[in-house]
Design a binder for this molecule. Structure first.
Ligand code: ADP
Length: 444
């Protein structure tokens, strides 16, 4: 069993002799002086003095080597399976951001960092990897790596301790680089979970969008078939069906319009709008435009807005879309409350002043379990009601994305049975300070 690398490494051997000589630096000169003196006094011959000095030196050096703290430490570590170079490996991998495990060729865990315990909490130095990581794909990859000696990349999924996708790269370490010339392999894990979640979201999105489009399309083609077949000569049926078909075609158009808007806004997600917009005028314009719908629904809009302008950096059309969605939702879903409140105010926040726009309705409200999911694409509390109201399920997702691009925030509060409040916060700019006077767009 080779546990000490000193026997092989000339550099380590030299360092060990250096340590021993330092430890006998007093004994040896004293012994030399003693034998010189005795020989000088003629009590012993020079040869006897030399032999005596040699014996004392050898004894002192052997004693010093026996007392080596490094050897003691190495022996102590041997009991728990730690090799001399392991502490250096530990130090290096502890600074790495990804989980890392160092393995011997026989699959014994040599070292690992704290991050690796998140993937395999039972990892123990000196024990086989398979005790702590039982994934068949990983173990099979490990078997191939030890057979071929070549690097290998494999992806795996874990449910425990948490749902997590990881990619693991096995890399052989050149034996020359390892003290004692041992064969070692490094496993580096890379967390693929965020990437996989995005892929899943995209797949869900395409499935949802297709489903939303297929429903009105199926209805349209059904009516076309009926009009071409059994109802060919029926003028009454034709009139009724055409109204429904127009409705379905409009629904498809709204959906496509919202999908395109979402994708356009996502494309611009990292570009912040730069035009200075008066938020008060913008919200007032939207409220005025929705008066007709409000009257239709029997809802009164009560506005509490400052007389002065509140300037924010924004894209006018996108901000109009935000307030249209919120006020329309309040009118559609909160109509039973008979009134909505629109309030604009300026508030002081740690990062600077904010414009706060509140849209409050007094309708049925939203149960707390739905609140965190309302801004997900196609999420609705009640799909049938949303469709009946001409909803696409994309309105609040659009609002969220537009606000993110504007460095703004949306918060939703609701008490079931008492209504819902949607609050938008946007950072205020002072046009004169930012030299933006020339860019101000007036909204009338
Ligand atoms: P939709 O096109 O369905 O209106 P949104 O994304 O705008 O889609 O809204 C998502 C869902 O949130 C709606 O379907 C509705 O269930 C719920 N919702 C939105 N606003 C309100 C509100 N003011 N009161 C009650 N429910 C609301």
């Amino acid at each position: 069993m080779v546990k000490s690398d000193e026997q092989h490494d000339p550099l380590q051997q030299a360092a060990s002799w250096g340590r021993r000589l330092r430890r006998v630096r007093i004994v040896l000169p004293v012994a030399a002086a003693f034998f010189l003196l005795v020989a000088y006094l003629g009590d012993i011959s020079p040869l006897q003095a030399l032999v005596g000095f040699g014996v004392i030196s050898a004894a002192a050096l052997i004693e010093a080597s026996g007392q080596s703290t490094d050897t003691f430490a190495a022996r102590a570590r041997e009991d728990i399976g730690i090799y001399p170079g392991d502490l250096m490996i530990d130090a290096v991998i502890s600074g790495m951001p990804d989980p890392v495990i160092v393995l011997e060729r026989d699959g014994i865990v040599r070292a690992f960092n704290a991050k690796a315990l998140e993937i395999a909490p039972a990892l123990t130095r000196g024990q086989p990897l398979s005790f702590a990581l039982r994934n068949p794909g990983v173990l099979e990859a490990w078997r191939r790596v030890t057979t071929t000696g070549a690097a290998l990349r494999v992806e795996f999924f874990q449910r425990v301790p948490a749902d997590r996708w990881s990619e693991v790269l096995f890399s052989p370490v050149s034996p020359e680089a390892v003290p004692g010339g041992r064969s070692m392999f490094v496993m580096v894990f890379h967390d693929m979970t965020p990437l996989r979640q995005i892929e899943q979201m995209r797949a869900d999105f395409v499935a949802n969008a297709s489903h939303e489009l297929r429903t009105p399309l199926a209805s349209l083609s059904g009516f076309i078939d009926t009009l071409q077949g059994p109802a060919r000569g029926d003028a009454d049926a034709r009139e009724r069906f055409l109204v429904i078909m127009k409705d379905q075609a409009e629904r498809m158009a709204r959906l496509i319009d919202d999908l395109l808007s979402l994708s356009r806004i996502e494309l611009k997600a990292h570009f912040h709008p730069e035009a200075a917009i008066d938020l008060v005028a913008t919200v007032r314009q939207v409220a005025d435009a929705l008066q007709l719908l409000a009257r239709d629904r029997g809802v009164g809009i009560e506005a509490d807005m400052p007389a002065d302008e509140l300037m924010v950096l924004g894209d006018r059309d996108e901000l109009i879309r935000v307030f249209e969605n919120l006020i329309e939702n309040a009118l559609k879903y909160g109509a039973s409350g008979k009134r909505i409140e629109l309030r604009i105010a300026r508030e002081t926040a740690p990062e600077g002043d904010e414009a706060v726009v509140m849209v409050k309705d007094f309708g049925p409200g939203i149960a707390p379990e739905h609140l965190p999911r309302l801004t997900e694409r196609f999420y609705r509390v009640d799909v049938v009601e949303s469709r009946a109201q001409g909803g696409t399920g994309l309105g609040l997702a659009l609002v969220k994305h537009i606000l993110q691009r504007h460095r703004g925030r949306l918060s939703i509060e609701s008490v079931l049975g008492s209504g819902a409040t949607f609050t938008v916060r946007l950072p205020i700019v002072t046009p004169s300070r930012h030299g933006l006077n020339s860019k101000v767009l007036s909204v009338s």
